[in-house]
Structures are given as structure tokens and as C-alpha cells.
Write a protein of this length. Structure first.
Length: 135
């Protein structure tokens, strides 16, 4: 389902809400990294990677719907990836926060995939609106 690109003027509150969504994406990235090593018994259950990707997809789409700006839609992806990349590469007392195994790659891979899908959908909606406005 595609919606036409927003053409009416947006209020500053929409941009403030989009900023809060970007901060939500960043906090979700931090929480996803910290809950990544979660286990049930001896089995690794990286459910935080799935939840983080879903929240990232939603925040990008909601940011675009609120503002109609691709720059604002890109902001949650940038903050999420920045916080996840910083936490996965940083070390405390010589020990990394995340072990470089399949769970870390799953977190970053699902997040980048969700961001690409959401930004691609937003870009498609944006172009559809521009084409319809030109007719």
C-alpha cells in the first residue's frame, strides 16, 4: 500500500515527534546490543535483534509519514546504526561488549536490512508523490 507523498505544510510538532522517534531508534539499538547475549538454557535467543529491526522499520516509516522528508526518515537509521556500531566495537577494561559471533552479525544485518527496506519504501512513496504532483 502506497500513500501519496505529503504535500501540505507540516507543523514543528511533527518534526519534534520525528526527533523523538529517532531517539527511540537509538535507545532501541542500545537495548538490542545489551540484550543480545540473552539465553534460554544453553540456547542463544537473540530476540532483541528481531525487535530492534522491527522498531527501526517502524520509526523510519513513521518519521517519513510525519514529515515527508527523506532526511528525517534517514535519521533513525543513522542513529540506530551509529549506536549499535559504537557499542559492538567499544571495549570496557579490554573486553568487548559483544562477542563477534553470529548474533552480532544478525543484529547488524537485520537492522541494515530493515533500514534499507523502510528507506526504499519511503523513497518510492516520495517519488510517487512527486510524479503525481507533476501531472
Amino acid at each position: 500500500m502506497t500513500e501519496p507523498a505529503p504535500t501540505e505544510s507540516r507543523s514543528p510538532i511533527d518534526f519534534v515527534l520525528a526527533g523523538y522517534l529517532a531517539v527511540l531508534a537509538m535507545v532501541t539499538g542500545v537495548v538490542s546490543v545489551f540484550f543480545l547475549p540473552w539465553r534460554v538454557g544453553a540456547t542463544a535467543v537473540p530476540i532483541s535483534a528481531l525487535i530492534g529491526a522491527a522498531v527501526l522499520f517502524w520509526t523510519i516509516r513513521a518519521g517519513y509519514r510525519l514529515t515527508g522528508s527523506m532526511v528525517v526518515a534517514f535519521l533513525p537509521a543513522l542513529l540506530w546504526l551509529g549506536s549499535c556500531a559504537w557499542l559492538t566495537t567499544s571495549a570496557t577494561l579490554g573486553f568487548g561488549l559483544v562477542i563477534g559471533d553470529w548474533r552480532a552479525m544478525m543484529l547488524l544485518g537485520l537492522g541494515v536490512l530493515a533500514a534499507a527496506a523502510a528507506l526504499g519504501a519511503a523513497w518510492g512513496t516520495h517519488l510517487t508523490g512527486r510524479v503525481q504532483a507533476a501531472r
